[in-house]
Design a protein around this ligand. Structure first.
Ligand code: KDO
Length: 330
């Protein structure tokens, strides 16, 4: 690639114009996400990441699962068909089960805790394995937010105070084992469904509810087809900016630094935006006729943690990592 750039440079120098040849030689960074264009993580990559890498790369995003279906992005990166994605720990856990520790209910405490965990040496073996065995570099951690239980039923029909109240509730969860386990741990009957089908699933009653942070409830207009949100905060959810290791290796050292900085800057920008939305959307959602209330959080935390303790999921966690994550908490 560098040889090609050199040849292009000397050709344009002869021609006396540098710009067009450099532009022609730009790389393309394709990005796939199930999220919408207005999702703050998408906006962060478009508004912050893309301009920072624009000297050498064209950023080409595909939203709403149109480029690759939700859950297939990491494999696409690994096979060389995609440059980057907004990846979940649950998706990483499909390749490396130990990543389920970052997808476990009531482990991360808040956005700052996520950042401390991601930057701590405890993450190094996780990152290394993803790079070596999947060809995926995890550049930075993005904040999605506190996931809550959002149901079609009115509170008169289902009052969610403890996990027992979710018995028989057909709760849509994203489609991987780690998500389904979390749905069961909450006391519900989880149903896998792709993100872009959730609105219709709720509208038709194919599912009773879904779980996502408040900004997602607004972004996808789930408030139009649901009646209540129990603020379970069962998962302080994160995503990784996942980047092709093969493309990374084609970059010059300076470009690598720029890509890393751009990813960190986008993650920081998106985190602030998402936190701001998360803290300010409850009134709007209420005004749309959705009741929002706090259940017995201690009952949820205790029940969920008990489901993981001694489970097959927890058996995949490397010795001592949960304690190290907890030690980085408040
Ligand atoms: C979802 O499918 O509910 C979820 O919130 C799961 C997340 O891991 C993340 O992939 C997200 O969807 C998409 O980015 C769309 O917001």
């Amino acid at each position: 690639r560098r040889a090609a750039l050199g040849a292009a440079l000397s050709a344009t120098m002869l021609a006396g114009s540098l710009g067009p040849a450099l532009a022609a030689d730009k790389m393309t960074f394709t990005m796939a996400t199930a999220g919408s264009e207005t999702d703050q993580r998408s906006a962060a990559l478009a508004n912050v990441f893309a301009p920072m890498v624009a000297d050498f790369a064209d950023y080409q995003p595909g939203y709403n699962g149109t480029l690759f279906a939700q859950g297939t992005e990491l494999e696409a990166i690994s096979r060389g068909n995609l440059t980057m994605s907004i990846a979940s720990a649950q998706e990483m856990a499909q390749f490396f089960p130990e990543f389920s520790i970052f997808a476990t209910g009531y482990v991360h405490q808040d956005a700052a805790h996520q950042v401390r965990v991601f930057n701590d040496p405890l993450m190094d073996p996780f990152k290394q394995k993803a790079e070596d065995e999947l060809g995926v570099k995890l550049l930075s951690v993005m904040y999605l937010g506190r996931r809550h239980v959002n149901l079609r039923q009115t509170r008169e029909e289902v009052d969610v105070q403890t996990p027992a109240d979710l018995a028989g509730v057909n709760l849509r969860m994203p489609g991987t084992d780690a998500w389904q386990f979390l749905g069961s741990a909450l006391g519900a009957s989880p149903t896998p469904m792709a993100f872009n089908e959730v609105y219709t699933g709720l509208a038709t009653g194919a599912v009773d509810g879904q779980d996502n942070p408040l900004p997602t409830v607004v972004d996808k207009k789930f408030y139009e087809v649901t009646k209540q949100i129990a603020l379970t905060s069962h998962l302080v959810d994160l995503n990784y900016i996942a980047f092709s290791k093969a493309v990374w290796d084609e970059l010059t050292p300076d470009q690598q630094i720029t890509v890393q900085r751009a990813a960190d800057a986008a993650a920081a920008w998106g985190r602030l935006k998402q936190l701001d939305l998360e803290n300010n959307l409850a009134d709007f959602i209420r005004s749309q006729g959705v009741e929002i209330y706090t259940p017995d959080l201690e009952a949820f935390r205790t029940h969920v943690q008990a489901q993981y303790a001694g489970s097959e999921v927890a058996a995949s966690w490397p010795e001592g990592v949960l304690e190290r994550i907890n030690a980085l908490g408040n």
